[in-house]
Write a protein that binds this ligand. Structure first.
Ligand code: PGA
Length: 247
């Protein structure tokens, strides 16, 4: 995996926003896979800034977000859909009909399966994902592919680990108990089918996980390690997250 180290999270965000703007310029109908979480917030802020300067246009682009909480609707301020609206979509020229999300409001197991299948078909119909941007859970998850004895290949419903629910508490008034127990997520094969992948990790809390992801074995105990199997996977980190990679 190609590793790029930046002095600060801001420097990383600026470089990646320029990279995305360039990709949009080269291929206006770019299909982007997008993450939520704290790490990509500076990237989205920088993309909004470049858009205001007319240096990035999303007019013909398509997006697919990685995951969504089960039981939370798109209008709910705690949804990842609302997060993306706040941080990116409301401020750029993307067409709402080309923004794709998993619908967390599905109820029956049958409806959940249908929703996951619909998402896989929508990605395929869009021609697949050109650039998938990923965050990294401190437990090694990507999307909501949580560590365990096995992984699920395709878009699916998953139980969230306690650490993941704690990490998402800020969206729910700092109440971990209010964070849904289940979520819908692209699967590992869905992610690995993207033509290019850029994983972002910033801060010391990610240093150990970054080291294991790059240097350790490929294992479902650390889902991000599967990126080692991808031809065009890049890891963009700040110096803090890269600390264990020295030497
Ligand atoms: P974070 O989350 O960016 O808020 O650290 C990353 C993730 O859980 O994927």
């Amino acid at each position: 995996m190609r590793v790029r180290v930046f002095a600060t999270p801001t420097a990383l965000a600026r470089a990646l926003a320029r990279d995305v703007a360039h990709a949009l310029g080269t291929k206006p109908r770019l299909v982007l896979g997008l993450p939520t979480g704290g790490t990509p917030i500076p990237l989205y802020a920088e993309l909004v800034r470049l858009h205001a300067l007319r240096r990035a246009s999303f007019r013909s682009a398509t997006t697919f977000n990685l995951d969504e909480f089960l039981g939370i609707g798109p209008e709910d301020p705690q949804s990842y859909r609302a997060f993306m609206q706040r941080h990116l979509f409301a401020h750029v020229d993307i067409s709402p009909r080309r923004v794709h999300f998993l619908d967390g409001k599905v109820r029956s197991r049958r409806a959940i399966r249908d929703e996951c299948d619909r998402y896989e078909r929508a990605i395929a119909r869009a021609g697949g994902i050109d650039l998938q941007i990923l965050g990294l859970g401190t437990n090694g998850h990507i999307g909501f592919n949580e560590p365990g004895r096995s992984l699920v290949a395709r878009t699916h419903c998953t139980r969230l680990k306690p650490a993941t629910r704690r990490a998402n508490a800020p969206l729910f008034g700092n109440q971990t108990a209010a964070v849904p127990r289940e979520a819908l997520s692209m699967g590992m094969a869905t992610i690995l089918q993207a033509r290019r992948i850029v994983l972002l990790a910033t801060g010391l809390a990610k240093a150990r996980c970054v080291e294991r992801m790059i240097r350790g074995p490929v294992t479902p105990r650390l889902p991000a390690s599967f990126l080692q199997l991808h031809r065009h996977a890049e890891v963009w980190v700040d110096e803090a997250a890269a600390r264990n990679l020295e030497g």
